[in-house]
Design a protein around this ligand. Sequence first.
Ligand code: FEO
Length: 410
Amino acid sequence: MGSPFRAQRIADDIYWVGAIDWSVRDFHGYRTGRGTTYNAYLIMGEKITLVDTVKAPFKEELLSRIQDVVDPAKIDIIISNHAEMDHSGCLPDLIELAKPEKVYASPKGVEALRAHFRGELNIVPVKDGDEIRISGEGTATGPLSVRFMQTPFLHWPDSMFSYVPERKALFCQDAFGMHLASAERFAEELPDGLLQEEASRYYANILLPFSGFITKLFAKVEAAGLDIAMALPDHGPIWRSKFGLVLDWYRQWAAQKPSNKAVVLYDSMWDSTDVMARAITEGLIHGGASVKVMPLSGSHRSDLATELLEAGALVVGSPTLNNQMFPTVADALCYLKGLKRKNLVGAAFGSYGWSGESIRQIEEVLASMDVELAGSLKTQYVPGDETLEQCHLLGERIGERISGRVSAGA
Ligand code: FEO
């Protein structure tokens, strides 16, 4: 019986042979409402070269798409740009099947792949600037080479880019990717709004902690003078004419400049913290902020991270439950703390019955995130008019501050 999966020709001798995961909705804690793709690429040079593999359960899809172009056993070279298992999951099986002449990864990639697969994988480490020739003069493709560039922490310490100068093609693994399952393989086939939404969600949930490395990477790519006609990530669409868009977004997100947007996230037991949230929100609006209110009873942590990507303030509310902040608030703060969004002002608020530890606990997490505290408010049981006025004033103070920052061009 034939396979339903086909390769897609991307350019000249480059084919997309990845997998489309239409149904995944949770990617290690990140809600992937539109699924994802695990992209792998075949370069039909004199030496047939596979760039990355796919998540293990999608092995048959990968092999079928390769088979649509060439017998997978004929692959000569495999390049592993990133060891995370959504890209390396089929690597041991591919090595077993194809018995390639060479498998290449960064030095950290070699370590990571051996640690993942616990075998004697024979992988050659490549350094920054190393280059291999995959087609020579006088071949059907003409000369083709692959140059390697180390991109540590974009996304893991092992990550690297592979660049084919003769095709101006940059194989960039997680960078410029997004979790989006689609029939379209190219960014220009998709609306800008959708691209920005999913690229920002990916950046906020995956790459934000590494923004410092990303800023340095831009300088490195500029210094290397790479001419890029095509950026081929391991998730989502391939960038050609719209590559400038995502470059601009990445520069902006990596800078983490504060805006006049405040994110208010909270949960409530008997509506008291909810009422406080509403009063603070009114104050924020009055102070000139744009506000995104996210009740945690219905907001996923990856949506919070996405909203916070271009914010200037984080205001967190929680009642005290059994001497602790509310579990949904703890979940949210644990996630956001790891993502390390910089340059925020913030505050904690909430109601309590008799002990009221949640405010101090929230303040401690915010302080550990380097959030500049603009004040905190707690009230016993149910907030009265005076407390609600204080809530309004706290919101107003934060709103004035972040809207002033923006107008001052900070
Ligand atoms: Fe798509 Fe860091 O793996």
